[in-house]
Design a protein around this ligand. Sequence first.
Ligand code: NAI
Length: 345
Amino acid sequence: MSHSAVLIPGDGIGPEVTRAAQRVLEAAGAEIEWEECLAGVAAIEAGYDQVLPDATMEAVQRHRLALKGPCTTPIGEGFTSVNVALRKRLDLYGAVRPVRSVDGVKTRFSEPGVDLVVIRENTEGLYSGIENVITAGVVTSLKVVTERASRRIARFAFHYAATRGRRKITVLHKANIMKQGDGLFIRCAREEFEEWKGQLEYEEVIIDAGCMRIVQHPEQFDMLLCENLYGDVVSDLCAGLVGGLGMTPGANFGIEGAAVFEAVHGSAPDIAGQDLANPLALIMSGVMFLRHLADTSGDDHLTVIADRVRDAYNACLLAGEKTRDLGGSLGTSGFADAVIARLSS
Ligand code: NAI
C-alpha cells in the first residue's frame, strides 16, 4: 500500500538527516510519496516572506502527517519559532519523546538502563510568546496555563501510558512557587488521574528535585508529564542519559489525527553541512512515524518495516558502526549506508 506525507528538510543539519532517514525508510520498503515543503531559514532563502509559508501549512493540514527536520530560530531577536508556530497552528498539543538506553551505546547510565517517555505540553506555558517591555530594563514574559490544555495533555498522557504498557506517570512541576499556573496544571492532572486509578501509578515531584532524582536514579521513572518549558529542558536532560541528542526521537500529536515526527535536537549549525550529524534520532522518529501510519491506515506491513529498521540500527550500534557523537567514525550518510546494508542481513 502506498502512503503520502509531508517532508520538511528544515535548516542546518536538517537536510542531511532527513535525507538519511528518507533513504533508510525507502530501502526498508516503506512506500511513501513525500511532498517536500520548506520551513525556517530555508523558506526565507527560497524567497518566501514567511518562515512557515502558507503552502507548507496547507500541505501539512492536508496530509495531517509530516516528517520534519529541525528549523533554526534566532536567539533574542528576529522571527518567532517555526516549531512553536507549527505546533500552535496545527494544535499539536502532545509531544512524545521516548528515551531508551541502547546496547552498543554505553553511558554511565547504561546499568540498570533508562527506559522512559517524556510527555510535553506543546502549545502554551512560557511559549505563549507574550512578552512586554514594561519600561526600559523591565520585561515580563507571560506564562499561560489553561484548564483546557492541562486536562487535555493529562488525558493524553494517561491514555498513552495505558495503551503502551507503561505503569507510572510522574508530573514535574513548580507549584510551590507558581501556585496558580503550575497549581492548575497539577490539579487537572490529579483530577484526570481519578479515571485511571488502579491501572496506573501517579506521583507529583517538584521539578528541581525531580531533575536530581532523574540523574541519580533514572530507572525509578517511567513517564514524565511536563508543561512546555519543563518538557523542553527535561527532554534534553534525558537525552544526555542515553548518549545525547543523536539518540532521541520525537513526535507531536494533535487533534484529528495530525502528527509531526521530528528529533528532539535542533539544527546544530556548528556541524551543519559537514556530514557529521547523527541521523539516528530522525531515523528513530521515522520508525515512530511508520508505527503511527500503521495504526491510522491499518497497513500492518508498516509495522514489519518499522521493526526491520529498528533491528538494523540496533545491529549497527552493537557492531560499533556509529557516528562521531557516539564515539564512532561514520558520517551522516555513512551511517545511513550502514543501516541500509543491515536491512537485508
Ligand atoms: P542543537 O540541538 O541544534 O545542538 C546542541 C548540540 O548538540 C550542538 O553541539 C550540536 O552539534 C549537537 N547535536 C545536535 N543534534 C545532533 C546530531 N543529530 N548529531 C550530532 N550532534 C548533534 O541545539 P541548539 O544549538 O540550542 O539550537 C540550534 C538551533 O536549532 C536554534 O536555532 C534552535 O532554535 C533550533 N532548534 C530547533 C528545534 C526544532 O526544530 N525542533 C529543536 C531545538 C532547537
